[in-house]
Design a protein. Structure first.
Length: 432
């Protein structure tokens, strides 16, 4: 009986010997049908690759391993192949091309594939700690959950470094490597270096304006800032994650993750951005997770520096903080969340721990009872500006105008292929 066409429903079966030979430059020597056969036979499930009426089984684990750290894992063709247990060869080549994976690797043994993926990931993430910097939180961020974002920002970073001759050594990186006498002293040094005055911060009309001001000062000092934007990022965030810092002596990158279910998302973002800025100044480059506030936790020096940047001790001490209403009013003044204001007041010994615990519990109850509102989907140009960051986009447009990068490469590196060259003018207008 002849084999059924690719459109028929194949049953999954143990993997047989592969019929393809993987070129030598994908591993040590050539992998023929007789090499790695035991590993192939031990695989539990396969996907049939179909070419006309012919079919070749490949390991489902190999298929998933290669695609799980690429934007292809969000494609319908990827999920359909797993659901149906088959994929046309032309579709496999298309998906592999989009993921920038040599398609012969799909016919290789799983150990080789895992080694190739690990080697590539380790090279890309060199200088980025796999250990999570945690505040009031346990457990590490799995870099696989944010790997596409990390790799994409690193690609942007490396491209700009290679093509922009005007970049200088960054003065913020390592500024606080040696601790000062107090967190307050370190906060003052960092604010002065950024050109971030207290008058400007207090004069910002709302939290959104303060966040924009802080980002503008960071980017003016060659610290790039990327913010979570669902429609522009190469992957969706599905993990509890506050942000990360990416190492570079000229253009360090800060990624600020959005948390739509957090208390007052903009106020929380402001504190998270301050903490990530402190980490850059302390030369700490790592994923960051900030957990729920706890009156008994010891958040650490970096947390205290970030708090002093936003809520200087002398200013907080001058306020009357007898009630939760007083705390909320102070939070409005400093444009932080009432929870962050509570913790700051407690650590300055202006509020007793028991009272702070009651305030935090009341704030959690109040937040839980709020009606949730859905956000609007922004135009792709605005979403991309938020994700890429204004400074990165502006500098890359200068590189494009100077002819040092092609429109196609600009679309791939800067816009994740989500904005075509024909739409660059609209994107350029958005980043002005």
């Amino acid at each position: 009986m002849p084999p059924a066409p690719c459109g028929a429903a194949w049953s999954r079966r143990p993997v047989e010997k592969p019929r393809y030979v993987v070129p030598a430059h994908y591993g040590r020597g050539q992998l023929s049908a007789g090499v790695g056969g035991a590993e192939w036979r031990n695989a539990m499930e396969t996907i049939d690759v179909c070419l006309g009426r012919d079919r070749v089984p490949i390991s489902l684990d190999v298929f998933r391993t290669l695609f799980q750290n690429s934007s292809v894992n969000m494609y319908r063709g990827y999920s359909r192949a797993i659901e149906n247990g088959r994929i046309p060869f032309s579709n496999l080549k298309f998906l592999a091309g989009r993921a920038e994976i040599p398609y012969p690797l799909f016919f290789a043994p799983l150990p080789l594939v895992e080694a190739q993926v690990k080697a590539k990931t380790d090279k890309l993430l060199a200088g980025t700690s796999k250990t999570t910097f945690s505040v009031n939180s346990r457990g590490d961020v799995d870099l696989n959950e944010v790997g596409l974002i990390v790799k994409d920002l690193l690609r942007k970073q490396e491209t700009l470094k290679r093509l922009d001759p005007g970049l200088k050594k960054n003065q913020i990186v390592g500024l606080l490597r040696r601790p000062g006498l107090t967190p307050e002293a370190d906060a003052l040094v960092l604010r002065d270096a950024l050109g971030l005055s207290r008058d400007e911060m207090l004069g910002a009309r709302n939290r959104e304006a303060l966040l924009d001001l802080m980002i503008a000062r960071l980017e003016a000092n060659q610290v790039l800032v990327s913010q979570s934007s669902r429609t522009a990022m190469p992957q969706l965030l599905r993990t509890e994650f506050s942000g990360l810092t990416l190492k570079d002596n000229k253009i360090p990158y800060i990624f600020l993750a959005g948390d739509p279910v957090a208390e007052e998302p903009v106020g929380r973002k402001i504190f998270t951005l301050a903490l990530l800025t402190v980490l850059v100044a302390r030369k700490i480059f790592a994923p960051v997770r900030i957990g729920a506030h706890s009156e008994g936790a010891e958040p650490g020096r970096e947390y205290d520096i970030a708090a002093a940047m936003l809520m200087p001790g002398d200013e907080v001490a001058s306020l009357d903080l007898e009630t939760l209403d007083d705390i909320t009013a102070a939070a409005e003044r400093f444009k932080v969340t009432p929870s962050a204001m509570t913790i700051r007041a407690m650590r300055l010994r202006l509020v007793e721990p028991d009272a702070a615990g009651e305030y935090l519990a009341e704030l959690r109850r109040a937040f839980a009872s709020r009606a949730k509102s859905g956000g609007r989907t922004p135009y792709i140009q605005n979403a991309m500006r938020k994700y890429v960051g204004r400074e990165m986009a502006r500098r890359m447009f200068d590189v494009l105008d100077a002819g040092r990068i092609s429109p196609g490469e600009f679309s791939r590196v800067v816009c994740v292929k989500k904005i075509a060259p024909a739409d660059f003018d609209a994107f350029r207008e958005a980043v002005r």
